[in-house]
Design a protein around this ligand. Sequence first.
Ligand SMILES: *Cc1c(COP(=O)(O)O)cnc(C)c1O
Length: 746
Amino acid sequence: MRFHFPIIIIDEDFRSENASGLGVRALAEAIKEEQMEVLGVTSYGDLSSFAQQQSRASCFILSIDDEELTSEAEETIGELRTFVHAIRFRNADIPIFLYGETRTSRHIPNDVLRELHGFIHMFEDTPEFIARYVVREARAYLDSLAPPFFRALTHYAADGSYSWHCPGHSGGVAFLKSPVGQMFHQFFGENMLRADVCNSVDELGQLLDHTGPVAASELNAARIFNCDHLFFVTNGTSTSNKMVWHSTVAPDDVVVVDRNCHKSILHAITMTGAVPVFLTPTRNHFGIIGPIPLDEFKPENIQRKIDANPFARQARGKPRILTITQSTYDGIVYNVEQIKRLLDGEVDTLHFDEAWLPHAAFHEFYSGMHAIGAGRPRCKDSLLFSTQSTHKLLAGLSQASQILVQDSESRQLDRDVFNEAYLMHTSTSPQYAIIASCDVAAAMMEPPGGKALVEESICEALDFRRAMRKVDEEWGTDWWFKVWGPDFLSEEGVASREDWVLTPNDRWHGFGNLAPGFNMLDPIKATVITPGLDVDGDFADWGIPAGILTKYLSEHGIIVEKTGLYSFFIMFTIGITKGRWNTLVTELQQFKDDYDRNQPLWRVLPEFVAKYPRYERVGLRDLCAQIHTMYAQNDIARLTTEMYLSNMEPAMKPADAFARMAHREIERVPIDQLEGRVTAMLVTPYPPGIPLLIPGERFNRTIVNYLRFAREFNQRFPGFETDIHGLVDETVDGHTRYYVDCVIGR
Ligand SMILES: *Cc1c(COP(=O)(O)O)cnc(C)c1O
């Protein structure tokens, strides 16, 4: 496998016809003779952006020419120092050489010298000798890059051996036998298909029993993430969560679960036959889900919930697992040490669903606000798990996920037992490209590169917030969007962590009297608030429902992560670029312009109007006003908040309700008759995509009122429907009726 990593030479004279020019070009030629690419440039250019490009290089050769040192010595050394430090901030290993004609290391300050691999004296040795020396270092560096599994896979794919094993496309050859297959082959390329192998290839090791290069990679990732055990998972954190649960939860066990949990946790409850008691998070009226208050975690409060639950009461022993969404969708995180202090030993296993938080271990900004990392004390008794979607915020392919474990002082994970649960949920044909991406995503976070990547996303996220405030200031009293977050925003650079810790009763968050130091907002998640609704749930005279704005954005090529009533949400992953967020700011300006001029929809949302011609001549502002009025009349912000905070009465165990469904002992109940009935389905409104009712729970009046509202809304504003998973619709004579599958006889 040939990779392209040129040796980069930075020399003012690279193109000059003087002696130094000739000398450096001779060196470049000699390097090429050694089969390495060379890129010669004449200046550092924009130093910082050049340093960012370091990932493409195999080595740097930096000239420090004689006359530069005498005439502009200070400045040259200054530039050199900035450059070298910018590289070392991201990359501890890439070889950097200085070369000069007469000058020696005596002229270079120590803080630069100690970052170098060597000092080349141009005319003392032949260019060929120097080239061999440099190339050897560059190759050694490149050789050190690939982590174990990825390395083995690239070797295997390059090996050219004939395969008789599955997959049946045999390294992509099958595709070449058909025209559409040819297209597929050309699109994905040879390597992706050559590397798509099955688990009978011994030299790659086995994911399912963690052997060979796979095991070496898991060990490597465990070292980087500072945990005792780490398992790669190729079917998403949905699967990781089920594995963790099945390794420790059995039927009728009591489990303690964040009500704001991902549906995979609810699936795990159903699959294991557990009896859940829920911890209820706060919510503000923007629809943003806040933290579970610290008090809810107290063992006596959990016991009270168990006593109040007819199914949990009968269970014996302590709760088996606690699962917390660590980093909610909107970016709220918890101080894990405070939770451990309350619940270590009270619950068998503490599980943090950190699907959105794999980056936190790599920057002190998040210290204490994630489950497992360097220097974090062990629990005395409880095992600590974190499940992370490598693909959400790090560089994993879709479904790349990992399980991290920290043993307690009294107990080690039994890896064999754990693996039985792992096997229950893993395909016997794992996708090797996903394993390789787990491997590489972890290796990318190796210090110092990982910290630099995280710092960059934090900085970009803060710069976006600063840019939005600047626009706001320029508009003066005119309207503009707000980004949800603390009032104080530092002027530049990485913020102080303290600025992002939620202070009790601060108005901006609207979560009330939180325990000091218990929660923080992760700035890389940015919720943009549109006008129309304030944090108390009061509607203004006019407003811009976010669903209209995000349709507008999507027609202009900007897809947001999640849309709420008057907010939408974007993320600054390590893949963020300045171009991306600046484009968002300019598109928001465009929207404001079109809104203020009440442009007709055929002009600003042509694709949408093609599907829904009824809106053709409606003005953008008028449409916003219509939907805003309907929201305001129904007091929808309060209704949604109350609905989520309303008392959910468990009438059956989730697994029992689900069993009724499997046996078709269910009936379709129309919305108006739902009150008091027991759902067999998960009921999940989008937004926010958080399950509202789980199988076995009873519909209360607040929820039914919400469903009535959704029905009416959907009738009035086709194209802007509130999507509710679990609600079945049937359209007869142009009228849509909605039903939920409920348990018969309950
Ligand atoms: C996305 C998500 C998951 C599931 O992760 P996948 O990798 O998509 O399967 C689990 N928990 C939370 C909190 C999530 O946001």
